[in-house]
Design a protein. Structure first.
Lengths: 474, 251
């Protein structure tokens, strides 16, 4: 299947699917040629308007989910300024992988790149085969040298003109004297090169929807001191909360965009676990990352937007003399989350295999009544990976008489077991017959360990009969 | 403070000092162990609530902190409200904490990569004031940091427990350095209670109270936490100094 674009009377291939690509159809080929190559080729007319709408919808979704500054990189891309927002997603790599995976889950094939400048990220995302690529700060020049000149966001005429002159890569072009190029192709080539290498600022104009709640404050004199910024953040938050109150909404993501006098912008995002409309709490959250704002030559405009809102109901707190106060810890969790810490509760998982027995859940997840079985003593510390030990033990079901762990031999005085754990074939087919026999053992000094033998000690199909130390009792 | 309490002059002086220090409303609230012998050694009759306490493992447990973690879990299980547990090495096994009476719904873990972040989270948790207890697994606890933590705990009335854990047994000498903590405990494992049949009985610990502000050092042989987080004095050694009994147990 191919998508055919029309320009005047020319019909060219705009996009191909995997099967057509295999048969030799390429983007930019005349439609008639493609039809001649494959019989029964399914042609679909391109719908640029629909595509643009879909990309815009996607961009708005990303604005809510990922970062405050999102713009459409037409015709087929979306550009985001992720600085100051990636920490809410656990860092750059988890954020980008998560984004590409989320898009794949919706049936979209996407490629993502994070780089210092819009130009280089644009080029790298389109030129590489990898789905996700992150260029470390300051290594843009090295990363883009070998990219084709078609990734420079120049018009097709200029690209073909440069190709005629023998230019193939960005590196060759940037090493050429600028004046003759400008004379022949105009200032566009130099501008795009400078934008790619970060010598020329290229601010991203964030998209906004009509119903987005945003409060803006412009300054006649640029501001720069941290106290001043904090003061105006406080004023903006008051306005924002008033606007939210009229709609009965609370904020889940608040974005502060800082416009500097040199036409660059910076953004901060504060996320909350539950909808919030508390002036003090929001101010505190936003002000906690104030040291990340670099005012440069001064700030001329501050804008605060509630990009993600949820219905928020005021509740009357129960006042009683005897009832115990249940303290809401979400303000504390929000503060941790905005500093990029990992927070979780550990909850029981239905599994007998100890390492699968514990699952991480969100700290604000609903509390479940489940509990672990309490009849078997469990060690308080578990090794990340069971460690091999040498033991002397009577087969098939006696606890070890002595064990050597980390080069130290211990005589075992007491032991309990075995507790047999069967493999879970529904998780991994290789565990079909696997068995572990767990023993609690105590050495002469009172150190207690949780050890296991792989296999039941009789049938070699159930395990290797090697011994491992898995946990340490308190 | 059984000795000092008898003297009215000294107790009056202590009250005055407490007032001068600017004590809060919750000051003086304590979390008792429920064992007269241990509580008698602690000023106020238990672990002070708005204060920082230090717990470390002894011997090999200085690295693993397995017994120390359970001892701490038993203490915080008896507080009310959520518990914040700050750590860098996520090797705690939650079922064991649940067996010590600390229900999994009550614990929020905050995992970080850097030791400094643990200190920051610890302090923020203490300052927040709405938590039952805050626990942090720390390698280093400098004097300045511990004083900040102690002040934060005093201001909010939340009990803070620094669970000291080292990477190598030799580094455990660091536990001799002074800190601003109110009490300091070292928990070492002892052979478990003997059973009439083969098997492992209730775990026993040697709990050394190395330092207690306005109190005396002491050591106790205790039985590990039960399902409600309570420890018990070991039936074989009522008196913590009874070395003869201990050696009998070992034999």
């Amino acid at each position: 299947m191919v998508v055919v674009a029309r320009s005047g009377s020319k019909r060219t291939v705009a996009a191909v699917d995997a099967a057509a690509f295999k048969a030799g159809v390429r983007v930019g080929m005349p439609a008639a040629k493609a039809q001649a190559m494959i019989s029964g080729l399914h042609l679909v007319d391109a719908d640029p308007g629909g595509d643009a709408l879909a990309v815009e919808r996607l961009a708005l979704w990303m604005l809510r989910q990922y970062t405050p500054v999102v713009a459409i990189d037409s015709p087929d891309g979306i550009v985001m300024d992720t600085e100051g927002a990636d920490h809410l997603r656990g860092g750059e790599l988890p954020m980008l992988t998560g984004l590409v995976n989320a898009l794949r889950g919706r049936g979209l094939q996407a490629r993502g790149a994070i780089a210092d400048t819009w130009g280089s990220a644009h080029a790298i995302a389109r030129a590489t085969r990898r789905e996700v690529i992150i260029v470390p700060v300051g290594e843009t020049a090295k990363a883009v040298v070998n990219l084709p000149i078609s990734s420079l966001r120049l018009s097709p005429d200029i690209v073909s003109g440069l190709a005629v002159l023998g230019f193939r890569t960005v590196g060759e072009l940037s090493a050429t004297p600028r004046a003759p190029l400008t004379l022949r192709f105009g200032p566009e080539v130099g501008r795009r090169l400078d934008q790619m290498f970060g010598r020329l600022a290229e601010p991203i104009d964030p998209i906004r929807t009509a119903d987005l709640i945003e409060v803006i404050r412009s300054f006649s004199e640029p501001i720069g001191a941290a106290e001043t910024i904090a003061k105006y953040i406080g004023k903006l938050v008051v306005e924002l909360c008033a606007a939210l109150e009229t709609r009965g909404q609370g904020v889940r993501r608040a974005d502060l965009i800082v416009y500097r006098v040199d036409n660059t912008l910076q953004s901060l995002r504060a996320g909350t676990a539950k909808p919030v409309r508390d002036v003090q709490r929001l101010t505190k959250l936003l002000c906690s990352s104030i040291e990340n704002i670099d005012p440069g030559f001064g700030i001329e405009k501050l804008s605060l937007a509630a990009t993600m809102i949820e219905p928020f109901e005021e509740k009357q707190s129960i006042s009683s003399l005897v009832e115990e106060m249940i303290v809401d810890v979400t303000p504390l969790l929000d503060s941790f989350g905005n500093r990029g810490q990992r927070m979780y509760r550990l909850a029981p998982v239905e599994s007998d295999v100890p390492e699968r027995n514990v699952g991480r859940v969100s700290p604000i997840a609903a509390k479940l009544g489940q509990a672990w079985p309490t009849r078997w003593p469990r060690p308080s510390r578990m090794l990340a990976r069971p460690e091999r030990i040498e033991v002397i033990a009577l087969t098939p079901d006696h606890p070890p008489a002595s064990m050597t762990w980390r080069g130290k031999r211990r005589r075992i005085k007491r032991g309990d077991g075995p507790e047999r754990v069967f493999g879970e074939w529904w998780v991994r087919s290789s565990e079909m017959e696997a068995v572990r026999d767990y023993y609690s053992v105590e050495d002469e000094d009172g150190n207690r360990f949780w050890v296991y033998r792989s296999g039941d000690g009789v049938d070699p199909a159930t395990g290797t009969a090697k011994w491992f130390l898995h946990g340490i009792y308190g | 403070m059984p000795i000092t309490a008898a003297n009215p002059v000294i107790s009056e002086l202590q009250d005055r000092i407490r007032r001068l220090e600017g004590g809060t409303a919750r000051k003086g609230e304590v979390l008792s162990f429920g064992i007269a012998e241990i509580d008698a050694k602690l000023p106020g009759g238990g672990l002070a609530c708005g204060a920082l306490h230090e717990v470390a493992g002894g011997g090999a447990d200085a690295v693993h902190g397995a017994a120390a973690a359970l001892f701490v879990a038993g203490i915080v299980a008896r507080t009310k409200g959520d518990v914040l547990w700050c750590l860098t090495r996520p090797d705690l096994f939650a079922p064991a904490l649940a067996q010590a009476g600390l229900h999994h719904d009550r614990v929020i873990y905050v995992e970080t990569d850097r030791e400094e972040d643990v200190l920051t989270n610890f302090e923020e948790g203490l300052r927040f004031g709405g938590l039952g207890a805050v626990v942090a697994e720390l390698v280093r606890l400098p004097m300045t940091a511990s004083r900040r933590l102690q002040l934060a705990a005093e201001a909010s009335g939340t009990i803070g427990i620094a669970l000291r854990r080292w990477r190598r047994p030799t580094e455990a000498a660091d536990f001799g350095q002074p800190t601003a903590a109110t009490t300091r405990w070292r928990i070492s494992v002892l052979p478990s209670e003997p059973l009439p049949v083969p098997g492992i009985g209730r775990a026993r610990w040697l709990a050394e109270l190395i330092r207690a502000r306005a109190g005396e050092a002491a050591e106790f042989e205790i039985g590990a936490c039960d399902a409600t987080g309570r420890i018990s004095l070991s039936p074989h050694a009522r008196d913590g100094q009874d070395q003869a009994r201990r050696s009998w147990n070992l034999g």
